[in-house]
Design a protein around this ligand. Structure first.
Ligand SMILES: [Zn+2]
Length: 204
């Protein structure tokens, strides 16, 4: 099951808690590429946004800076949630500002399944409209019954955010193959070093 959009966006820094975090939203084109990968829009819309960005580089730079500020605020809110901490006022302010932007663009549309939420047509001027669904997704998750299932992976240097969907809420790692196995290997190594005389017979 894929993570909510806001969680995917919060995880656009890899190895966040390490000394060498990997920034995936390094510039505006990277933000647009993320939007394509998250299926917020297709290649045609991406090309339009990139053309707009080329014509207005300062606004594009501001849009990617806003994206990172929102991303980091949402990350800290999610991270705190996993530790049972209330969000910092500054972080909530950043998210609320983005929600204010997105609220004026929410629309209802009739579909064959009835009415559903959608977005107003993105005006040409908006280079950062991909942040609206992110902000909305964060608010949805934070107010949902899954809010207390949000966790940050405790793997060394990791900090990856996920929603623990396991029945007994026992999931610890972003991924058992990477962080889970690394931790197992480390525990094994430490056991081997701290108590060799009890785990293996002398001379073996
Ligand atoms: Zn991890």
């Amino acid at each position: 099951m894929s993570e909510p959009l806001a969680v995917q966006f919060a995880n656009t820094v890899g190895s966040r808690r390490s000394s060498r975090p990997q920034e995936r939203i390094s510039d505006y084109p990277a933000l647009v590429e993320w939007g394509v990968g998250a299926e917020l829009f297709g290649r045609t819309e991406a090309a339009r946004l990139l053309a707009e960005a080329e014509a207005r580089p300062a606004e594009a730079a501001a849009a990617s800076a806003r994206a990172k500020a929102l991303r980091d605020a949402v990350y800290r809110i999610f991270e705190g949630l996993g530790e049972g901490k209330a969000p910092a006022t500054d972080d909530l302010d950043v998210l609320n500002a983005a929600l204010g932007e997105c609220a004026v663009r929410r629309r209802l549309r009739q579909t064959s399944q009835g009415l559903c939420w959608t977005w107003a047509e993105a005006p040409e001027a908006d280079l950062d409209w991909m942040l609206w669904p992110v902000a909305y997704s964060a608010a949805e998750l934070l107010t949902s019954s899954s809010a207390d299932r949000v966790k940050a992976c405790p793997g060394e240097g990791c900090g990856w955010i996920f929603v623990d969907q396991s029945r007994n809420r026992s999931r610890r790692w972003c991924d058992m193959q990477s962080c889970g196995n690394r931790e197992k290997a480390r525990r094994h190594y430490h056991r081997g070093r701290t108590a060799p005389e009890t785990t293996s017979p002398p001379g073996s």
